[in-house]
Design a protein around this ligand. Structure first.
Ligand SMILES: Cc1ncc(COP(=O)(O)O)c(C=O)c1O
Length: 329
């Protein structure tokens, strides 16, 4: 039995695991999908799992406003804003965009952020790189307004947030038993990967977690995931051993850049939708699935016989890409 830190409950858990019957046949492996796209509707995706732990800490500290950051169509920011409103918090989002003087249309995730009343501050790519300096300034500003801010890092990816994916492994072990399996996931800020690694270790499972990075590179994610796992082991004195060399990533599928799509990636997304009726997103799960397919084409045994693809959500990211996808339909 794993002893979890305190959490609030917002996500619809456990999410189902389903066979991908037709794609299993096509790809010659046993392929299952963990439906974390079903953690809620407006809350959908992987972020709410992490936020359950982060909001519990925010509440325990007597905070009333959450501050976080991400790209302009950030799923994490949207889930944070929705959860904040549901739990009686205010939310303040730093959203990265090319030109803050000309912010993007109020569309998809941005529409949801604003619908639930998040305060949005647009920041340039350069400012975003300096977010570690900007966060304390925002906290100061909010305190001056009489608020009590709680700061959540990009993607909710820190040691506390990672417990969300320990819990996901716990659910999977319950559904799938202990036979070998490889969990394949999209890596964006590292928290999901860190939680999966910790969960596998804490439950002593003969499983692997393999990330397909959708931005940056392998070295970046080994550092990010490694730090989160090490922080968690130190903070909760977890009785597991860990070496950064154990972190498995398949680099090479970022394509033309974060949140930018190539036709072949969108074609994979379409093919999954048509084979299984499962809708991936272009920024994370579509790219990760494309990577999974390419890796299997290279070596069908590379992930072993039983693969669980983590569908971490992101559906709203599909809509701003409609014009790019339409020619493929
Ligand atoms: C839909 C979706 N999948 C995967 C990820 C990646 O998860 P993580 O940031 O924990 O690496 C994110 C966010 O970054 C996401 O929004």
């Amino acid at each position: 039995m794993i002893e979890y830190p305190e959490r609030i409950t917002r996500a619809r858990l456990p999410t189902p695991v389903e066979p991908m019957t037709r794609l299993s046949q096509q790809l010659g492996v046993q392929l299952l999908v963990k439906r974390d796209d079903l953690t809620g509707s407006a809350l959908s995706g992987n972020k709410i799992r992490k936020l359950e732990f982060l909001f519990a800490e925010a509440r325990a500290q007597g905070c009333d406003t959450v501050v976080t950051c991400g790209g302009e169509q950030s799923n994490h920011c949207r889930a944070t804003a929705v959860a904040a409103t549901q739990l009686g918090f205010q939310s303040y989002l730093l959203l990265r965009t090319d030109d803050p003087a000309r912010p993007p249309a109020t569309d998809a995730n941005i529409l949801l952020d604003k619908l639930v009343g998040a305060e949005v501050r647009w920041v340039s790519r350069d400012e975003y790189k300096r977010r570690a300096e900007i966060f304390p300034q925002v906290a100061e500003l909010l305190r001056a307004r009489g608020r009590k801010p709680y700061l959540i890092p990009e993607g909710g990816s820190n040691a506390l947030g990672a417990w969300g994916y320990v819990k996901c492994v716990d659910e999977l072990a319950h559904d799938l038993g202990r036979e070998p399996a490889t969990l394949v996931y999209a890596a964006g800020s590292g928290g999901t990967g860190a939680g999966l690694i910790l969960g596998i270790k804490l439950l002593g499972l003969p499983w692997r977690a393999v990330g397909v990075n959708v931005c940056d590179d392998e070295a970046y994610f080994v550092a990010e995931i490694g730090k989160i796992v090490e922080d968690a082991i130190a903070r909760w004195k977890l009785e597991v051993t860990f070496d950064r060399k154990e972190i498995e990533l398949r680099d090479g599928y970022v394509g033309i850049g974060y949140a930018k799509s190539r036709p072949e990636e969108l074609a994979t997304l379409r093919d999954v939708a048509r084979a299984e009726g499962i809708i991936l997103d272009p920024v994370y799960t579509g790219k990760a699935f494309h990577g999974l397919k390419q890796e299997l084409a290279r070596d069908r045994e590379t992930f072993g016989k039983r693969i669980v693809f983590l569908h971490t959500g992101g559906i709203y990211g599909l809509f701003p890409k409609a014009a790019e996808i339409a020619p493929l339909l």
